[in-house]
Design a protein around this ligand. Structure first.
Ligand code: G4P
Length: 582
């Protein structure tokens, strides 16, 4: 019944479209989407809590943790979490601050992290590197930083726990430079640490902010002085004042304020000091962060030229160099590779995480979608690029702290939880409007391997469980090339993934399983496929297995064995990838 539209309604449509475009552009511009990367115990939970406080999002410090505990006590899947005293699940939190809309993607902080940690970073636009002032860079920071680097994220560094004895700021600057090749630009600078922590010097305003311990849930109200104010003499001891003046001079020598591009590209990290626990320095960080962090960026995609801007020739070559020769060919000869703007009026999103049983009462599965472009509306119909299926998004949830609120609309950078069982897989593109699909999210290189076995009479449920958990991306699965060995080999980046798989096999599929660890720690996909493996001939020091798609993967006991095989057969094997390509 689409009656012939009169010219007046054409005009109305055009006005509505212009209004929508304006609205989307405004919403995108004020969004800041980020993840915190840190080593366990550096203070991520505490920092998150304090950051949320600034949006009036939670009213009492301690609420994030308290809620996490309340939840794990009531949820059966989370019983494992409680038992281990850790947070397995990660959620997205959203709040408003000084006109900006902040989206914090929470990455699980335990050292037994899993692929989820990586994938969450794949959905973030900015990374906040949280460092324990006494410890500096720690192992997990390294791994997570590598992912942030891979994605070219801007990095903001907050040095925490300055109320405890800490390394000198320059030592941390040096660590970042040496380990990551990352230049620092301190926005604030500490005055002493531990018992002698006096506060920070704020470079943009040339002011000294005195440290005051905060009460629970309250920001520390700190007095401010100009750097040269003689009154400081009566407040800060002479040696610390002298040190500060020297260090301020040194900072000037160290470098000028970085350009927006230098920050956006991740070449220079703005740096801040403070104490999350005492809510000191967190506000200075947040104010600076919302002005320097990047809003949602255009994303690479394949599809209809009506939604995509063509890539520059140089970008094209770099986009194919990661070997993402995806099997999902974009249909039609009109399909191009390009970028989709977050401000496009066509909705698109990327499923970056699936989680089952977040709410045990509903036994549901939540697909976390990052909105990439356009406007998401509750109840809208979208197409899943992989299956071509049309899905109505009628029950969208926005994750906020640990509770769920129903969202009505969303824009690029927002994370929405969808409860459409079975419709989505990790890496799925969903869209409304002209066809498009995003490149696959790389799976991260597994470092732990084990046979997963079950009793003979449970084979059927077992197979179903393996398929389910594999589809969800809970773990990677490999198989022996020996056709008589049908037990799957689980491949994970963290031990916890194994435990979750076993727990869920029992809990959701009723299957008791045993694990037989394998002593491999390196995996490489052979991009040249089986012909390359044949060319290489007999290989010592490696075991050839296949992945869920039948592609060859080499497993090595250690780096030494890996290097040996590369030295001997590297040429014949051709290109190897540490990541599984979907
Ligand atoms: P995480 O999520 O990164 O693992 O760290 P979390 O926030 O749980 O903090 C780890 C510990 O460090 C906590 O102490 C926390 O109170 C403390 N902490 C965080 N920020 C600061 C800070 O700025 N200064 C000092 N001195 N301590 C800080 P806990 O004793 O393990 O736990 P709790 O009993 O305080 O909850």
């Amino acid at each position: 019944t689409a009656a012939a539209a009169g010219s007046s309604s054409d005009g109305e449509n055009a006005r509505a479209a212009a209004e929508l475009a304006r609205r989307i552009a405004a919403e995108v511009a004020r969004r800041r989407n980020f993840a915190i990367i840190s080593h366990p115990d550096a203070g991520k939970t505490t920092m998150t809590e304090k950051l949320l406080l600034y949006g009036g999002a939670i009213h009492e410090a301690g609420e994030v943790k308290a809620r996490a505990n309340a939840r794990s006590a009531t949820s059966d899947f989370m019983a494992l979490e409680k038992q281990r005293g850790i947070s397995i699940s990660s959620t997205a939190m959203t709040w408003q601050y000084q006109g900006s809309c902040l989206n914090l993607l929470d990455t699980p902080g335990h050292q037994d992290f899993s692929e989820d940690t990586y994938r969450t970073l794949a959905a973030a636009d900015n990374a906040v590197l949280l460092v324990d002032g006494a410890k500096g860079i720690e192992p997990q920071t390294r791994k997570l930083f590598a992912v942030a680097r891979l994605r070219g994220l801007p990095v903001f560094t907050f040095v925490n726990k300055m109320d405890r004895p800490a390394l000198n700021g320059f030592e941390i600057i040096e660590q970042l430079e040496k380990e990551f090749g990352l230049q620092s630009y301190p926005v604030t600078w500490p005055i002493g640490s531990g018992d002698r922590f006096c506060g920070v010097y704020h470079r943009p305003s040339n002011k000294v902010l005195l440290y005051a311990k905060a009460g629970r849930g309250k920001a520390a109200a700190s007095a401010q002085y100009e750097l040269g104010d003689p009154a400081l003499a009566g407040i800060i001891e002479a040696d610390l004042r002298e040190q500060l003046m020297e260090e301020v001079e040194l900072l000037q020598i160290l470098g000028d304020e970085p350009s927006a591009e230098e920050i956006a590209s991740g070449a220079v990290t703005p740096m801040y000091f403070g104490s999350a626990f005492n809510n000191f320095g967190v506000d200075l960080f947040l104010q600076s962060f919302i002005s320097l962090a990047v809003p949602p960026r255009p994303a690479k995609a394949k599809g209809n030229p009506a939604v995509l801007a063509a890539l520059e020739p140089s970008e094209e070559s770099s986009s194919s160099s990661n070997g993402s020769s995806s099997g999902s060919k974009a249909a039609g000869s009109t399909s191009i590779e390009g970028t989709v703007s977050p401000e496009s009026t066509h909705f698109s999103g990327l499923v970056f995480k699936l989680q089952a049983n977040m709410d045990p009462k509903h036994r549901d599965k939540v697909a976390f979608v990052r909105v990439v472009s356009g406007k998401f509306d509750k109840g809208m119909k979208v197409k899943v690029a992989r299956t071509g299926r049309v899905v109505s998004l009628s029950r969208p949830q926005q994750m906020f702290a640990q509770s769920r609120a129903t969202v009505q609309e969303g824009f690029a950078g927002d994370v929405i939880g969808l409860t459409n069982p079975g419709a989505f897989a990790i890496g799925d593109t969903i869209y409304a409007g002209p066809e498009l699909s995003f490149p696959p999210i790389p799976s991260f290189s597994p470092e732990l391997f084990a046979y997963l076995r079950c009793a003979p009479n449970q084979k059927k449920a077992f197979a179903k469980g393996v398929e389910g958990l594999l589809g969800e991306g809970a773990v990677q699965v490999l198989y022996s090339t020996d056709e008589y060995i049908t037990d799957p080999i689980l491949a994970a980046v963290g031990q916890l993934q194994f435990e979750v798989v076993q727990y869920r096999m029992k809990d959701e599929y009723g299957v008791d399983t045993t694990l037989e660890p394998l002593s491999f720690c390196v995996a490489r996909w052979v991009l040249g496929g089986w012909p390359a493996v044949e060319r290489a001939g007999r290989m010592f020091n490696t075991t050839v297995v296949k992945d869920a798609y039948g592609r060859p993967v080499l497993l090595f006991r250690n780096e030494f064995a890996f290097n040996q095989v590369i030295a001997e057969q590297g040429e014949k094997l051709g290109e190897l990838s540490a990541f599984a390509l979907p």
